[in-house]
Design a protein around this ligand. Sequence first.
Ligand code: FAD
Ligand code: N01
Length: 544
Amino acid sequence: MTVKFQGDSKNTDPSITKIDAIIVGAGFGGMYMLHSLNKLGLKAIILEEANGVGGTWYWNRYPGARCDIPSIEYSYSFSDELQQEWEWSHRYSTQPEILEYANHVADRFELKEHIRFNERVISAEYVENSKIWKLHTSSGNMYQSKYCVMATGSLSSINKPKFEGIDSYNGDWYITGKWPHEKIDLSGKSVGIIGTGSSAVQAIPILAENSKTLTVFQRTANYSIPANNRSLDSEEVRYVKDNYSSIREKQRKGKGGVAFSNIGLKSALEVSHEERLKEYQKRWDKGYVGFISAYTDIGTNEDANETAAEFVRSKIREIVKNPNTAELLSPKNAIGCKRLCADTNYFETYNRDNVSLIDVNETPIESLVPDGVKTTEKTFDLDVVVFAIGFDAMTGALLGIDIKGKNGMKLRDKWSDGPRSYLGLTVEGFPNMFTITGPGSPSVLGNMMVAIEQHVEWITKCIQDMEADGKNEIEPEFTAENKWMDHIEEVANQTLRYSCNSWYVGANVPGKKRVFMPYVGGYDVYRKKCNEISTNGYQGFLRI
Ligand code: FAD
Ligand code: N01
C-alpha cells in the first residue's frame, strides 16, 4: 500500500525522519501496531523511551511482579504460529517470562529494526497545511509522519513520590513501576513500603521473606483474592493449543476479554446465603479470575456487592491471626470498585514476626527524614523505602507529551477537566492521531491484550480505508465526541465505580479531575459499536 504522504525511512539527515506512521511506545500495543502497519505495506517506526520492548513488563521489575489474567489468555492471538510455539510455564507468569515473550515476539516478527530505543517523545504537533505530525524527542531528533499512533500505555506514567524531605533521606528508595534492572539485596535490611495496591500486594510477601523487617504503610485496605498460581501441566497446555481458536473467540465476545471467567447469570440477592457462600468459596479456591463475576449485580448493587465483600473480609479474619491487624486489612469500600488484587500469601504475610502494618489515616506520614519515614506518631528507621503508589493512569503518559492539534490547541488544555475522546481512539481537533486503549475505551477493565488487539485492528482498517479512499485526514466530530462522553458517564453512573477513590477516577493523583476514565459498557458492546461505526462509513468522523 502506498500512503498519499510519501515518507522515506532511509532519509539521510539524522535529525529528521519522514515516514508514513509513527508509533510512540513499544509495549504490547505499539509492537502489534508496528507489525500490522508493516503488513499493510506502510513505512512505520516506533519511538520508545526505554532501551527495550515490553512496556509495562520492561519497567515493572519489582519482586513478585506477574500478570493477573492467565498467561494463556494474556498473550497475543493474532498469529496462530506464535501461540502454538510459545510455552507458558505458569498459570500467571512472572514479569521476566512475560518480558521474554515480548522480546520473542519482537524478534520473531523482526520489529526491533523499526524501533528507535532511548527516544522519549517530548512534543507532537499537527501541521494543518501540510497535514503532518511533527514529533520531537528529548535527544533532539525530529520525526514527521501522516499518522501518529500513541501506544504510550494506560499504566506507564508513574505517580511520582512527592513526600516532603525525600531528598534528605539517607537510605535507598525505589519505585515499583521504575524498578532497577540489577538485583537488590535486602537481606538484613529494614524495609518500608508505602501503598497497598496490586503492585504492593504482589511485592509485600517477597519483600518480607527477603528483608530483616518490613513496615507496610497503608492508606486504604484492598481486596485481594489468592491467585492459586501453579505450573501448567502438559495436558492442559495441549487442550488450550488444540482449542485456541474457540478460546480466542470467546475472549472477543466476552465482557472483559477473558474466556475462562465463568460469568454467573443470577443476582447475588436471588439465592440463599448458603448457596452464595458455596459459590464464593468455589471461586476463591479456584483463584482470582472469575471471583467478581460470580453474580450479575456485584458491580451495580450495594447489597449484592456487600455479600462478596463480606466473604473476603471473613477470609481475612480467618487468615490473619492478630484481630486488630485483620480489621485494619479489611476493606470498607465496595469490592471491585478499585481493581481487585491477585495475591500469593498476601494476608498470610501479616502473620510473620518481621512484618508490621501502619495505618497512615490514623498516623499520617509527615515526611521522609534522613533515617526513614516520619509519621505523626514516630520515626521509622528504614534502610530502604519502596514506593508502590501507582500511576498517573490513562492520561499521564499522553499529557507527558506536549501534544498540539489544530489551531494550536493543546491536549493538556482540552483535557484540563478530564480526558475527552471519541471511543477512546481519537480526539476531536487532533486529526490522524490514534490512542491505543486511551481513556474512553474499556481498556483497563479486562484483559488488556484483547483490548489492544481490537484497537490495533480497528486503527489498521481505518488507515487502510483512508488510503484506499484517497483521504488525507480523519478526525471525530465535536458532537460525536460529546455524545460518547455522555454515554461513558451514563454507564459509569449505573455502577458502583464512583463510590471509592480509585485511580480509575484519578483519585490517587492530587489535583486530578475526578472523572471515571474507562468505558464500563463491556468489551463486547464496545467492539460491536466500533465495528458498526467503521462499517457505516466512519459515523461521527470527518474524513477529507
Ligand atoms: P505499556 O506496556 O505501558 O507501553 C507503553 C510504552 O510507551 C512504554 O514502553 C513507555 O516507555 C512508552 N512511552 C510512554 N510515553 C513515551 C514517550 N513520551 N516517548 C517514548 N516512549 C514512551 N493488564 C492485563 O490485562 N493483565 C495483567 O495481568 C496486567 N498486569 C499488569 C501488571 C502491572 C505491574 C502493570 C503496571 C500493569 C498490568 N496490566 C495488566 C496492564 C498493562 O499495562 C497492559 O496489559 C499492557 O502491558 C499495556 O501495553 P501498552 O503497550 O498499551 O502500554
Ligand atoms: O497502584 P495503585 P499499583 N500516601 O494505585 C497508595 C495494574 N497492576 O501500582 O488506595 C500513602 O493500585 C494508594 O492508596 P489509596 C492494576 O491494574 C496489576 O499497585 O489511593 N499511600 C494505594 O494503596 C493496578 O490496579 C498487577 O488510598 C499512597 C497504592 O499507593 C494498577 O496496575 C500488579 C499515597 C497505589 O495503588 C495500579 O497498581 C500491579 C500516599 N501519598 C499493577 N499515594 C497485577 O497483579 C498512593 N498511595 C497483574
